[in-house]
Design a binder for this molecule. Structure first.
Ligand SMILES: [Zn+2]
Length: 444
């Protein structure tokens, strides 16, 4: 991978599926879905009931468009299926004895929910992650330090299996011990890391305090996931500058590992279309939206055995692009990554806004640190005019910040996002740092 600068797009691929024509891919998806709906119906009491309520028999499936006859599966549906028959719930489609791994959600918005994998599910997962990392330029001989969390979370073990499969030396660092991580990556010549974007930014801050320059390290590849990051252009640029390395967006969820990862072209993550069938729908009406129009991503497993999901409502708003990628892969891409959560969309005085759009403006502004908070509060008023704004933005000035940085930021937010925000400029290192998943949106 250290030769990648001479050859920006790798023409060799991990899996021939990456180069299938769109027609070939659709034929594969149709056959796989036909098989999978039969498997799900036979194994999952939950889906047997859902199919029956929709008047749908697996044999009714003739074409990809037939899938839209089935209802969406939401997180609430999944929770209800768990409650119905704890601890596995009624959606598990395999014998519990066939389960080889269980991971759990963080439990920030509801109680922690499990997901499970059989042996073949785990092998498939590792292979798909390896495919994606390979497409980004990771090769045998790389030293990979995994800075994703290991307990409960899917990231740590998922990435470990994939990088081992490629032939890398894996250092399972986890998402704490910041100073030790930095010493280790210099000592062992780490060339590739994966982390949340927040932890990658935090490592750079701590390294600077330690008098170490990460740009002088051997790290050339950074995969970020767990929260929006590399899809936000200013965040990607900032991380690439801090580390002197290329940053790749790696989008996945507990339920779908992985969903879409950047290739070396960094032109929007490629959906794993031979693993999950993707629909993009209007979150209000459920109707399919065309490529280029923002909508909620809906995913259906094509071959998962434990906890297979049919028409899973991810809640993530994306834009799909099915045109060819510069890298030559045919699987559709999600330019800009996850634009936001359908239920995280902020409506400020009639203007729709995602927190990632605010992040893009903050991180492109010279004189500000990477950390910020968005506080939504109906009572916030512009101190100059007395008009309600409903949004307060807390940022930190760096040592060389111009004195009017707060004014400049408010102006940029108003010009680019069409909302007025009250900006509060705080001293450096005032706001808490995140080493795992960040929570920067506060509702009061
Ligand atoms: Zn590509």
């Amino acid at each position: 991978m250290r030769n990648e600068s001479a050859r920006p797009y790798s023409s060799d691929r991990w899996d021939k599926a990456e180069g299938w024509s769109r027609d070939c891919l659709a034929a594969f998806q149709k056959a796989a879905l036909g098989r999978q709906l039969g498997t799900v119906h036979a194994g999952s009491a939950y889906y047997r009931d859902r199919f029956a309520a929709a008047g749908f028999e697996p044999g009714d499936f003739r074409d990809l468009s037939d899938l839209s006859r089935l209802p969406l599966t939401t997180k609430q549906d999944y929770l209800a299926a768990l409650e119905a028959d704890p601890p596995w719930g009624t959606a598990l489609a395999c014998d519990p004895k066939a389960v080889r791994r269980v991971h759990f959600s963080s439990g920030t918005t509801s109680r922690p929910t499990p997901d499970a994998w059989t042996g073949p599910d785990l092998a498939r997962w590792a292979d798909l992650y390896a495919r994606a990392a390979y497409s980004q330029g990771v090769r045998e001989g790389d030293v990979f330090q995994c800075l994703f969390s290991y307990p409960w979370f899917v990231g740590g073990l998922g990435a470990t299996a994939a990088f081992e499969r490629i032939g890398c030396a894996v250092i399972p660092g986890g998402s704490g011990d910041t100073e030790r991580q930095i010493e280790t990556l210099f000592a062992y010549g780490t060339t590739a890391i994966m982390a949340t974007p927040s932890f990658a930014a935090h490592l750079a801050e701590v390294a600077a305090r330690m008098g170490r320059d990460l740009r002088q390290s051997a790290v050339r590849h950074i995969g970020v996931g767990g929260e929006p990051g590399a899809g936000v252009p200013a965040t990607r640029a900032r991380l690439e500058e801090l580390w002197g390395a290329r940053v790749f967006d790696c989008y996945g969820s507990l339920e779908f590992q992985p969903i879409a990862w950047d290739c070396a072209a960094q032109a929007g993550g490629h959906l794993m279309e031979d693993f999950a069938y993707a629909e993009v729908v209007d979150p209000e009406t459920g109707a399919a939206v065309p490529d280029g129009t923002p909508g909620m991503l809906v995913l259906t497993h094509l071959d998962k055995q434990a906890f297979p999901l049919v028409r899973w409502a991810t809640g993530d708003v994306v834009v799909r692009d099915s045109t060819p990628c510069a890298c030559g892969r045919t699987h559709a891409r999600l330019p800009g990554g996850v634009l936001g959560r359908a239920d995280d969309m902020i409506v400020i005085r009639g203007v729709n806004l995602f927190p990632t759009a605010v992040e893009d403006v903050v991180r492109a502004m010279p004189g500000l640190a990477d950390e910020y908070r968005i506080i939504l509060d109906e009572t916030v008023r512009d101190p100059a005019t007395g008009f309600p704004t409903g949004i307060r933005l807390q940022v930190e000035a760096t040592g060389d910040a111009p004195s009017d940085v707060g004014y400049r930021l408010a102006d940029a937010i108003r010009t680019r996002l069409l909302v007025r925000a009250v900006v509060e400029v705080l001293p450096p290192m005032t706001l808490d740092r995140f080493t795992h998943k960040a929570k920067r949106l506060v509702r009061r």
